[in-house]
Design a binder for this molecule. Structure first.
Ligand SMILES: Nc1ncnc2c1ncn2[C@@H]1O[C@H](COP(=O)(O)OP(=O)(O)OP(=O)(O)O)[C@@H](O)[C@H]1O
Length: 263
């Protein structure tokens, strides 16, 4: 384990039980992540990405294996870890009868921030995300993208050392996507670590220092985009993804779907 390792995952297993049946979702995942890295965690639907993120954020506590985050044991020091990480899920139940100002104030106070500091940060961040004019509107009238912007701000407001993101760009328009990508790159330069889980290959390819491909609960590939590309002799991450996860035949599948609709 290197000195600046901020996440260490050893032999991680996770199963979901449903009555008598057991679904083994993570099957011995081992990963070390250093500070300042943007990790693209990719894999097909059901691969185990969200499960990994929820475990690392201390949301799912029923797992096997050893995990250290920022040098602390996830099983025994989860509260201290949670103070120093941010979690941005794809969809979360915001308290949408509140306004962004009220909600973000509440989140900042939960993190123990000073009221004055929270207000300054809220004003700046809402402005940067082009949400200033909606600061005092109730969020139950917001579009998906507007709510997603508030979620992103709420995950970053306490200046976390590690930011976990699960499909964070879902619902965002092109301008917001560009802003978020730049923010992530800047945060990584400042030494923050970003764990970015997604199946939108295009974005992962562009922003990640390192790509980890998971399928069926097992890590299939781990390296920089250039490494993975040269090893696999493929032109794009999408091709590599297809090759390693064994899901070729997309055109045939698309044609079959069209046939079903048309006949
Ligand atoms: N709360 C749960 N209870 C039971 N099974 C679950 C639960 N959450 C996830 N699973 C199952 O675990 C497997 C992995 O799900 P997970 O959400 O981690 O995958 P994912 O890689 O994030 O997929 P996607 O890209 O579709 O979001 C799937 O088979 C899913 O059905």
């Amino acid at each position: 384990m290197e000195n600046n390792t901020v996440i260490s995952i050893r032999n991680l297993h996770k199963s979901y039980k449903n009555g008598a049946s057991v679904n083994k979702v993570l099957k011995g995942v081992n990963i070390d992540i250093q500070s300042g890295q943007i990790i693209g965690y990719i894999g097909p639907n059901g691969a185990g990405k969200s499960t990994t993120v929820k475990i690392l954020c201390g949301i799912l506590t029923d797992f096997e294996g050893e995990i250290k985050v920022l040098g602390m044991d996830l099983r025994t020091q989860d509260i201290d870890i949670k103070k120093r990480i941010g979690y941005i899920p794809e969809n979360a139940a915001l308290y949408d009868t509140l306004t962004p100002s009220e909600y973000l104030q509440f989140v900042g106070e939960l993190h123990g921030m000073k009221v004055g500091d929270i207000q300054v940060k809220i004003a700046r961040l809402l402005d940067l995300f082009e949400m200033k004019s909606h600061a005092n509107e109730r969020m139950n009238s917001f579009s998906k993208g507007m709510k997603q912007k508030i979620l992103i701000i709420s995950g970053l407001i306490h200046n976390p050392d590690i930011i976990f993101m699960d499909e964070p760009l879902s619902g965002l328009d092109a301008n917001a996507v560009i802003i978020v990508k730049r923010v992530l790159q800047q945060l990584a330069k400042e030494g923050k670590t970003i764990f970015y889980s997604s199946h939108i290959m295009d974005v992962v390819e562009k922003i990640s220092d390192r790509i980890i491909l998971i399928d069926n609960g097992v890590v299939l590939a781990d390296g920089s985009y250039a490494d993975l590309n040269s090893e696999s002799d493929n032109e794009s991450l999408e091709n590599l993804f297809t090759k390693l996860t064994g899901n070729s035949g997309h055109s045939e599948t698309a044609n079959e779907i069209i046939n079903v609709f048309e006949n």
